[in-house]
Design a binder for this molecule. Structure first.
Ligand SMILES: [Zn+2]
Length: 391
């Protein structure tokens, strides 16, 4: 079965190369059917290996990659933060127009809650741990102001720029490491400690959970006393099993169930706000993030799944797992990176894309364009051609 491929790229990279020039390569030479662009993103510090694309390091604190239309953000309390490199410009408008003119699909990606730039201007929206310490990186996915803010962004980009699909990621709670940016802990807190350090007790979570009948005070008490014990011992004292622990700590268990419902509520709101089919990144670590893959799949059209390495067996395994959640291969969209960590050579990439085609997935995304040396763009070209021939 033939398969179409998109290329992951960044607006800043396309701008600095020259839009038409870059799209000529992506569509004309590589043969991509579409591009996948981050429209709200975390900080970026990326090296451009191709000569003539300046500056060689692209550095940005992140934020929205377009100028938001006030008609969508009106009434939301969060202040939208536009990435500083855009200044007053809005290159997404020309990109969208150019893609439509060329019949090149434009897919957008919104990194929902991982946004230090947004928190810098909206500190009350951040995740807060049991010690009251605010995350410098992550918005609370249970906060209704965050729901309204993200819904406005999704509605804006899907209506204003007519994107073919909109992908969301980081729409759930963070692991404590993701919540801290540069956090260090001098011992292994174990599975229980990791969960407790990751729980959000922001004002919004407290109020809403209490409203819904959760004993937040008891959950907080257990979190504090159990974390204190883990800290004193310099780790979980016995090989603490998370399931056993939650069995003994019902208020925390109830809080986790409540959190999982908030994540589905958020994904549902984003689906309603979107004028384009919603794609959601496949979630991991359900207990900590609160995102259950099967429930998320029920609220989106497509599930995107990054592959850890370009390998046919890995592709088969990944599609088999995602299939139990989506129920259909044509709702799965694998993402393959051409960097060394993931892809050893052109042949591996070609075989893996061929396997994806044989498995009947809806499409694949390859990339990332701006990070890829010229030689390796040839790998993407070979893989895309192979996929198009129906492997
Ligand atoms: Zn919270």
């Amino acid at each position: 079965m033939p398969i179409e491929a998109d290329i992951a790229c960044c607006l800043g990279d396309l701008e600095d190369e020259g839009l038409d020039c870059a799209l000529d390569v992506i569509q004309g030479e590589l043969g991509a059917a579409g591009i996948r662009i981050p429209l709200a993103c975390p900080p970026v510090d990326a090296f451009r290996p191709r000569a003539g694309i300046e500056p060689r390091w692209f550095h940005s604190a992140g934020g929205l990659q377009f100028q938001p239309d006030v008609q969508y953000s009106r009434g939301t309390r969060a202040k939208p933060v536009v990435a500083e490199w855009l200044r007053k410009r809005n290159p997404l408008a020309r990109l969208a127009e150019t893609c439509h003119g060329r019949d090149l699909a434009l897919h957008g990606r919104i990194t929902c809650c991982h946004s230090p730039a947004t928190i810098a201007h909206n500190p009350t929206l951040a995740v807060k741990d049991v010690f009251g310490s605010m995350s410098p990186t992550w918005l609370c996915p249970a906060n209704l102001d965050v729901h309204a803010y993200l819904s406005a962004i999704v509605e804006d980009v899907t209506r204003t720029y007519a994107v073919a699909t909109i992908e969301i990621d980081a729409y759930a709670f963070p692991d404590w490491r993701a919540a801290r940016a540069h956090g260090r802990i001098g011992f292994d807190p174990g599975a229980v400690g990791t969960l407790l350090l990751s729980l959000c007790f922001c004002e919004s979570c407290r109020q809403l959970a209490a409203r819904d009948g959760i004993d937040v005070a008891a959950a907080e008490r257990f979190t504090r006393t159990d974390l204190d014990a883990i800290c004193r011992a310099g780790g979980a004292s016995d090989a603490q099993n998370l399931d056993d622990y939650l069995e003994r700590r019902q208020p925390i268990s109830h809080l986790l169930t409540w959190r999982a419902d908030r994540i589905i509520e958020l994904v549902g709101r984003l689906q309603e706000a979107s004028a384009a089919p919603l794609a959601a990144r496949r979630p991991e670590n359900t207990v900590i993030t609160g995102a259950d893959a099967t429930r998320v799949a029920s609220r989106c059209a497509i599930m995107t799944v990054p592959l850890a390495r370009s390998d046919e067996a890995a592709m088969e395994q990944l599609v088999a797992c995602a299939l139990t959640e989506t129920g259909a291969a044509d709702r799965i969209h694998p993402i393959l990176d051409a960097s060394n960590d993931v892809t050893p050579d052109a042949a591996a990439l070609v075989r893996t894309v061929g396997r994806a085609a044989a498995l009947g997935v809806v499409g694949v995304t390859l990339g990332e364009y701006g990070l890829t040396p010229p030689e390796r763009l040839g790998w993407l070209q070979q893989a895309i051609r192979y996929g198009r021939r129906g492997a």
